[in-house]
Design a protein around this ligand. Structure first.
Ligand code: GN1
Ligand code: MG
Length: 352
């Protein structure tokens, strides 16, 4: 690939192979003499309209973290610049960026053990703690990313436009969204009026975005920093629960497999709070469990909205994929709603 030549990669490249299943970017692993050395990504310009600003955010945040950790090359993402020293390259009509592949690291698509969920919680809790004193303003790279008021504005437009003529057949699913609109907005108004503080957040905390040490199983660092911005740290917690504590897959067709594992919820919360207990404000503590419902709801809305729009945002593997994702995430939301009291009790216990 010509693109690789644009970056300051050392050694003779032996292969470039696709990696992972991101919904947004195209990711490749670059090997030198048969060994994985770099990650190369084509950043999705439709979704990230300002890639230079996004790369500035990532550089600022990773430099800050590197100054504080024991092993900066393993405990933080390392951007590999272009030969000309830039954070990204423009080529083939797109934006490209690269980082080091961390040798001896491992990632997971699902949490099979509570220990892994605990470690994931430590990972995001530590990420937020390391950035607690970061005071450079970050660019808002995707407008209104986890802002439900903004999402409703998009949603209302999508319903009105009905671009793929699907609205008529989605009465039930649309009802799931509408019946919770006020509840979700009242949570978000606490973020807007400052009751819940704004901090540096990762914004995409699913399990595959944390690297673990392949030998010890300990967490190394958070990756996929494309969506690093300022928001409520609660969203990072909620989004992680949506991923780590789901007994099924995000797009499971077998709905009886989907649900919230209270054991994994507890494990993740324990890991997270081991890093954040001291810095959480009373309002954050009060709304921590709710954030899982909020982000799962938001994800139901986003998948359904993309289906309504004719599948323009997320990559899909088959025509009804976004609808299947909608149903699976809704099942998860219902399971959280029915266990909400227990979730709150667990948080209260862990904060004692
Ligand atoms: C997208 O591409 P990926 O998997 O990192 C999305 C997240 C969603 C997630 C759903 C920029 O993340 O917000 O939660 O899919 N990222 C963006 O799995 O929209
Ligand atoms: Mg992402």
């Amino acid at each position: 690939m010509q693109i690789a030549a644009l970056f300051a990669f050392e050694g003779e490249i032996s292969s470039i192979a696709p990696l992972g299943e991101g919904f947004i970017n195209d990711t490749y692993i670059v090997s030198v003499a048969g060994e994985a050395k770099y990650i190369l990504q084509r950043k999705n310009h439709n979704i990230f309209p300002n890639v230079p600003a996004m790369m500035d955010n990532i550089a600022a945040v990773t430099e800050h973290i590197k100054r504080k950790v024991a092993d900066p090359l393993r405990h933080a993402l390392t951007i590999v610049p272009t030969v000309g020293g830039k954070l990204y390259a423009e080529a083939e009509g797109g934006f490209w960026a690269a980082c080091l592949y961390i040798t001896g690291s491992k990632s997971y698509d699902r949490a099979d053990t509570a220990e892994l969920a605990y470690q994931g919680g430590v990972g995001i809790g530590r990420f937020q703690s390391l950035l607690a004193d970061f005071d450079t303003p970050l660019h808002q790279t995707i407008e209104g990313f986890h802002n439900i008021r903004y999402r409703f504005a998009q949603w209302d437009e999508a319903i009105a436009a009905d671009a793929a003529s699907r609205v008529a057949e989605l009465e039930e699913e649309i009802g799931w969204i509408e019946s919770r609109r006020e509840q979700m907005l009242s949570f978000w108004s606490l973020v807007e009026d400052g009751t819940i503080p704004t901090r540096v957040t990762h914004n995409d905390t699913k399990i595959s975005n944390i690297l673990f040490d392949a030998d010890s199983g300990d967490v190394l660092c958070a990756i996929d920093l494309d969506t690093v911005m300022s928001s409520t740290s609660l969203n990072d917690f909620g989004d992680a629960i949506r991923s780590y504590a789901n007994t099924g897959a995000e797009d499971d067709k077998e709905l009886e497999r989907v649900g919230l594992s209270i054991e994994f919820f507890r494990a993740y919360a324990e890991g997270y709070l081991s890093e954040r207990k001291q810095s959480l404000t009373p309002s954050e503590a009060e709304w921590l469990a709710f954030s899982a419902l909020y982000i799962t709801y938001e994800q139901v809305l986003r998948f359904l909205m993309d289906y309504i729009n004719g599948d323009t945002y997320y990559k899909i593997a088959y025509p009804t994929h976004n609808l299947v994702r909608t149903h699976a995430q809704y099942r998860l939301l219902q399971s959280m709603e029915s266990q909400y009291q227990t979730m709150q009790q667990i948080v209260a216990e862990l904060l004692k």
